[in-house]
Design a protein around this ligand. Structure first.
Ligand code: MTE
Ligand code: MO
Length: 347
């Protein structure tokens, strides 16, 4: 983010519109899958596709890795579709699957938008465990299986607004972070939640690179009330399917009213603390990236404005710039948490 101003981003980095899946297309897809099922025998992936008919959007069938899904793909057989209303759904056009999975920020795999999808082939999200630490009644290192077991999955179609002034609408699959937090029973001293990403030089070329600017592990944090807000989401999938590595497999945070860098990927540690944690971008450049990082058209980045954004996908012929909204359009759900706070000072 320190590297490129929005105006420096070449149009060639932006994937042209290709596959856009609406409900009708999905239904025709699942019909084809059913024919396939008859031919090759019903694999779990095909059963999942069949049961997901109420979802707003599904990954293109060609992207589904039949037969090599991790065990938690089973949970995708029963996803509660997003409702038809804000805040858990927006009627704004979703970014095509191709853009969501090929235009990424995940510096562990490199700093260009195409690096995470190109360079994450060696990354393994299974097996996975997460350390739960700090001010909590049930600390320990838990297999992902035990963390996911009590939760049923739902779909949420959210706006994601990057601090670089581009945005996308993404159909996530996951469950509220509040439900995960309750599972481990934080103590009354837990005022903040800190998150860490995996550091694996072997599968993460960005971590090996001597040009890396981040001090690994990537870290993020939320105030406990922000973490408990019903909008705050733990995603394990998108477009009805498991998360691709480049989007933060197997589990990542999604905080839709904050700049994208708060939405930390591939989480291996969740630490409950009494004091505010350090966070990656704030440590790197405190004048440019605050702890709160609430989307705010009235508080500009020192090097570019924040009152408009490029809504992806874009092509040479359609370069939509739209107005940025306070709290990314989620003010009704979150503004009360910041009452009386000077948002220009606590940016
Ligand atoms: N571990 C880690 N998490 C990360 C990042 C990163 O570089 N490393 N980039 C952040 C930024 S800047 C954005 S905009 C979002 C992008 O998420 P997406 O690629 O799934 O759209 O991930 C965030 N989470
Ligand atoms: Mo970002």
């Amino acid at each position: 983010m320190l590297i490129k101003k929005p105006s420096d981003i070449k149009s060639s980095e932006i994937t042209p519109e290709s596959v856009y899946k609406n409900r009708r297309q999905f239904l025709s897809d699942s019909g084809k899958l059913l024919l396939g099922a008859a031919a090759i025998g019903a694999t779990p992936a095909i059963v999942n596709a069949q049961n997901g008919a109420g979802l707003k959007a599904r990954a293109p069938a060609s992207m589904r890795r039949v037969g090599v899904e991790p065990w938690w793909a089973d949970k995708f057989a029963n996803i509660k579709p997003a409702p038809d209303a804000e805040p858990y759904y927006t009627g704004e056009a979703m970014a095509p699957y191709d853009d969501v999975t090929k235009y990424n920020n995940f510096y562990e795999f490199g700093m260009d938008k195409s690096d995470p999808s190109s360079n994450s082939g060696k990354f393994k999200a299974d097996p996975w465990s997460i350390e739960i630490a700090g001010e909590v009644a049930k600390p320990g290192t838990y297999h992902l299986e035990d963390i996911l077991k009590p939760h049923s999955l739902e779909e949420r179609v959210y706006r994601l607004r990057c601090v670089e002034a581009w945005s996308m609408v993404i159909p996530w699959i996951g469950f509220p972070l509040a439900d995960l937090i309750k599972q481990f029973e934080p103590t009354s001293k837990a005022k903040f939640v800190e998150f860490e990403t995996l550091v694996d030089p072997d599968s993460m070329p960005g971590v090996r690179s001597r040009f890396a600017i981040v001090r690994w592990p990537y870290r993020e944090g939320l105030r406990i009330d922000e973490a408990m807000n019903p909008l705050t989401f733990m995603a394990v999938g998108l477009y009805g399917d498991v998360l691709p590595s480049q989007n933060g497999a197997p589990i990542r945070l999604v905080v839709p009213w904050k700049y994208g860098f708060k939405s930390i990927k591939s989480i291996v540690k969740i630490n409950f603390r009494e004091t505010m944690p350090n966070t990656t971008w704030n440590d790197l450049q405190a004048q440019e990236y605050g702890f709160y990082a609430n989307v705010n058209p009235g508080v500009h980045h020192p090097r570019w404005r924040q009152d408009t954004e490029r809504r992806l996908p874009q092509t040479l012929f359609s370069r939509t710039r739209i107005g940025t909204r306070l709290f990314n359009g989620y003010a009704d759900q979150v503004a009360s948490m910041y009452q009386g706070m000077d948002l220009a000072r606590y940016f």
